[in-house]
Write a protein that binds this ligand. Structure first.
Ligand code: MN
Length: 316
């Protein structure tokens, strides 16, 4: 990995124009790793990368440092040729979204990811599947090359890690905790960060609460199924993690399914399990993820998808 990072640094030094993008509809890791990397490049090499996104950034991320430095890709001239494009946290090329032509058109491409990725776009790939988040990979790169960064960048790296580990819940090793411990020792204060993330519009909080209140239970209350219909979907902020988090607190619940009607016949499905793996169920709907947290998108009516999901948990 060391020599790859040397190439990475060398490319940054030699490039006059640099583009940084994450995945479409950014989550905390995608947005904050893009902004953190832009900060690291500015503060060490004096260059101003262009940061672009596609889709929507959730409101809860509106107060993260440097939030105003990322531009909606449709507000940018898509025929520009960059010397260097850096793509973060994307998983698969289809997730890059509207900035893809700019990435393809760049003279050199670097990808930095922690997803299992079979669909590379980088001329240089710095991928670390064992990393909790791209924020963690950036921390490691900066550390290995003695790159400096300010407190805002440290906060961004922390948001990346907190988001992708579900506030450390999904950590399989102590690595992510040690990184954040180091950043706390260097002066960040986690309460400041979580206060910034408490930034949802009332209509979102109200919708989340109403969805939780309408939850249905199956199989001796082991399975909870919550539904966000198309009307509620436009009020949702991000993936509906708060709905899942609230239901998770219920005594006796083993599995939670959240159905989100993104379009009339397009249903986003989030699966959560307390213990047993539900990955095979997500995969049976064409999705994937982790043993206890997975997702899929089904192209059928809400009623049909609901029926199929309930059936899939029979005997689980
Ligand atoms: Mn990520």
């Amino acid at each position: 990995m060391a020599s790859k990072i040397d190439v990475f640094i060398d490319k940054i030094k030699k490039s006059k124009s640099i583009l940084i993008v994450g995945h479409k509809n950014p989550d905390g890791d995608s947005l904050c790793s893009v902004l953190a990397l832009a900060g690291i490049i500015k503060q060490n090499f004096g260059k101003e990368p262009v940061c672009l996104y596609d889709g929507n950034i959730p409101d809860y991320l509106d107060k993260v440092p440097y939030r105003d430095d990322i531009i909606f890709c449709e507000h940018f001239n898509l025929s520009v040729r960059f010397d260097l494009a850096i793509v973060l946290d994307f998983g698969t090329v289809a997730h890059i979204g509207g900035a893809l032509p700019l990435v393809k058109n760049s003279a050199f491409r670097i990808e930095i990811d922690h997803h299992k990725n079979f669909d590379h776009i980088g001329d240089l790939c710095i991928n670390k599947e064992t990393a909790s988040s791209v924020g963690e990979v950036l921390y490691e790169i900066a550390k290995s090359k003695d790159l400096i960064y300010d407190k805002d960048v440290a906060e961004l790296i922390t948001v990346s890690i907190l988001t992708d580990t579900g506030n450390f819940k999904y950590c399989q090793t102590g690595k992510a905790l040690r990184i954040v411990a180091d950043l706390v020792d260097k002066g960040i204060y986690i309460k400041n960060i979580t206060d910034k993330l408490n930034n949802k519009p009332w209509k979102t909080v109200k919708t989340e609460a109403a969805v939780v209140a309408k939850t249905e239970f199956f199989y001796d209350r082991k399975l909870a199924v919550a539904i966000v219909d198309a009307k509620d979907y436009k009020n949702l902020d991000g993936r509906g993690d708060i709905i899942l988090g609230l239901l998770e607190q219920t005594k006796g619940i083993e599995y939670i399914v959240l159905l989100k009607q993104q379009k009339i016949n397009q249903i986003g499905i989030s699966f959560r399990s307390r213990e047993k793996s539900i990955l095979h169920i997500a995969e049976s709907f064409g999705g994937g993820g982790h043993p206890c947290a997975a997702g899929a998108v089904a192209f059928d009516s809400l009623e049909n998808v609901k029926k199929q999901v309930i059936k899939a948990f029979k005997g689980q």
